[in-house]
Design a protein around this ligand. Structure first.
Ligand code: URA
Length: 281
């Protein structure tokens, strides 16, 4: 409960509190407005933040060997991806690619949504039913939560974010993609990162993190760290972080604190990188 005679918090704190409140409500958690004001006030002030830790270099591990048939699809994907010289060209290459069996059962190719030259690139896992129907990533419930989460730190697919996935066609019944399907799409994913060379790459959830970083680790070991992703073909290492997947938050709203911490970590990194964000009202 708010104290009756408590002084009115400053305007910026009230705006941050409203954003935080909206985010927690979206995550399915009811919260007293005064608590949100408290939580927003409790954000570390920029001047008092400890010196940011250096980003940890994280080189992807070598890809595992794949069977011959899959390997020719992977090679073909690699050639097409390499030939693409822009995000639009890469989108066309993915749309014309027939080497992933998932395409046969999907309604649409789901490549990306947002601003092609945005400073922030977010990569999720695979399209679901809504995404398959609309041909755009993250448009279902988890996508709507993602949009609300991003809005709390001044990011949106209308202005400064490009969103994509590690798989471009819906796996039937939303099953997990197979290792072969993942490897077949990977050259396009890697080329997207290379073409965009984003200021910040955000990997949403365990599957995206392990696919891009070629690891097999719990998301809890990867999130909360500043990573520096590097591999051959990149002009420079890329600032990278891992966040909890919004679909996971819909299932486990009790993890909202970690999600909020991920957002604040992204916000302060973006500030340091000088990435323009939308002012919050
Ligand atoms: N989950 C994802 O990882 N990607 C989408 O596009 C939708 C839901």
């Amino acid at each position: 409960m708010a104290a009756m005679n408590a002084p009115e918090p400053p305007i910026q704190v009230q705006a941050a509190a409203r954003a935080l409140l909206a985010f927690w409500r979206a995550a399915g958690v009811d919260m007293d407005e005064a608590e949100a004001v408290y939580a927003a006030t409790a954000r570390p002030a920029p001047a008092r933040r400890p010196a940011a830790p250096a980003a940890t270099p994280i080189a992807p591990r070598p890809a595992p060997k794949v069977r011959a048939k899959a390997s020719s699809a992977v090679d073909n994907a690699g050639l097409l991806a390499k030939a693409a010289q822009s995000v639009a060209g890469l989108r066309a290459a993915v749309e014309g690619f027939d080497g992933c069996a998932l395409k046969a059962t999907a309604r649409n190719t789901v490549f990306s949504d947002g601003v092609d030259d945005a400073p922030v690139l977010i990569i999720g896992e695979a399209p679901g039913k809504d995404e398959d129907e609309q041909g755009r990533p993250f448009v279902g419930r988890s996508g709507q939560l993602l949009d609300r989460m991003l809005a709390t730190i001044g990011l949106s697919r209308q202005s400064n974010v490009l969103i994509s996935n590690t798989i471009y066609w819906r796996p039937p019944g939303n099953r997990d993609p197979t290792p072969g399907e993942i490897l077949t799409c990977l050259p396009f994913v890697e080329r997207l990162i290379e073409l965009k060379q984003p200021k910040l790459l955000i990997l949403a959830g365990k599957a995206a993190a392990n696919t891009v970083l070629k690891r097999d680790e719990a998301v809890t070991r990867l999130r909360g760290r500043r990573l520096s992703y590097n591999r051959e073909g990149l002009a420079a290492p890329i600032n990278t972080m891992v966040m909890l997947h919004p679909a996971y938050l819909l299932r486990r709203p009790q993890e909202k604190r970690l999600a909020w911490a991920d957002l604040l970590a992204a916000e302060s990194w973006l500030d340091e990188l000088g990435v323009a964000r939308i002012a919050q009202s």
